[in-house]
Design a protein around this ligand. Structure first.
Ligand SMILES: C[S@@+](CC[C@H](N)C(=O)[O-])C[C@H]1O[C@@H](n2cnc3c(N)ncnc32)[C@H](O)[C@@H]1O
Length: 309
């Protein structure tokens, strides 16, 4: 198997989900089915519902997970609508939820999906499920909105300069491809680009656009809330994130759900609202050996929690 398709932190994710207890697990980002296959192979009594917003990913996952037969069901949908997706599939409480965020290698490798500046393709970046394309955003959003997206979602220092350059470039001709977009970004960053070393100067801007196109942070906030309420007692939640904006949301959501709401009278947490116990005091990171075979693992952070009552 191509190293790009190796699931990240798979052994750790499976161990924390503890599927040997049996029961029903949700892989909210089934993608190419790597984590799902590892979980099902580890625990013959476990069943799995795999969700993805990308129909192409679901086709690949169906092939890879076929050997597990009736133990797997795949459902198209967004994890931000987890309740509706699971209700629609007739699923009640579950024993574990896994989310491995971000894009799949399949999405990155297909030039026509427009995720990668390393391949020329149309500026699309939609993972699936509608919404505006990246082209509609770079060619249509007001300059101030572009600047905000680049700053907030890309943590891009040159947000203002890039937003200006996009507006100037599109006034001449709409920006149509990934390579054209990268060129505008590189020109805007000018000499500053060299300082960032090994990382391509367009990386942050591409990340920002992808997050906006797919509303990734809003989706993640909604997932955290719904996933926890779907868990049975002792059910597990495992989330693997790939950049600090995602990790911050996961960390704060877990902390909030662990502490519970504060009683305004006593100033103490209300016990019945303390829904979780965190299982990872610090996020788990991949080993050097894993990063060597799977560079996509480089920025991964895994956090996990257990439902209390
Ligand atoms: C990193 S990949 C998952 C790879 C998978 N764990 C594996 O081992 O093959 C992330 C997947 O999540 C999907 N995804 C991202 N955001 C989503 C959302 N809001 N709802 C449903 N699927 C989403 C993407 O389409 C992509 O296929």
């Amino acid at each position: 198997m191509d190293a790009h398709h190796v699931p990240v932190l798979a052994a750790q994710a499976v161990a924390l989900l503890a599927p040997e207890r049996g029961g029903l697990f949700v892989d909210a980002t089934v993608g190419l089915g790597g984590h799902a296959a590892a979980l099902l192979a580890a625990a013959p009594a476990a069943r799995l519902v795999g969700i993805d917003r990308d129909p192409e990913a679901l086709r690949v996952a169906a092939g890879r997970l076929a050997p597990f037969g009736e133990r797997v069901r795949l459902v198209a949908g967004r994890f931000g609508e987890l309740d509706a997706v699971l209700d629609g599939a007739g699923v009640g409480r579950v024993d574990g939820v896994l989310a491995d965020l971000g894009v799949s290698s399949l999405q990155l490798e297909r030039a026509e999906r427009g995720f990668s500046f390393r391949r020329e393709g149309p500026l699309d970046m939609r993972m699936g499920g509608g919404g505006p394309t990246a082209a509609e955003i770079v060619n249509g959003y007001p300059e101030a909105d572009l600047e905000r997206i680049l700053r907030e979602y890309g943590e891009e220092r040159d947000a203002r300069r890039i937003a200006r350059a996009l507006v100037e470039a599109r006034a001449v001709k709409p920006i149509a491809t990934t390579v054209e977009l990268r060129e505008v970004i590189l020109r805007a960053k000018g000499r500053a680009a060299g300082r960032e070393g090994r990382v391509d100067p367009a990386t942050r801007a591409f990340q920002a656009l992808r997050i906006e196109v797919n509303q990734e942070l809003a989706e993640l906030r909604r997932l955290m809330e719904q996933a926890v309420r779907r868990l049975r007692e002792d059910g597990r939640l495992v989330v693997i994130s790939y950049h600090s904006l995602e990790d911050r949301i996961v960390k704060w959501s877990l902390r909030h759900l662990e502490r519970g709401e504060i009683d305004p009278v006593t100033g103490r947490p209300l016990a019945e609202t303390q829904l979780l116990e965190t299982l990872t005091r610090k996020p788990l990171r991949p080993s050097d050996a894993e990063i060597l075979v799977n560079p996509r693992a480089r920025s991964a952070r895994l956090r996990a929690a257990r439902r209390l009552g």
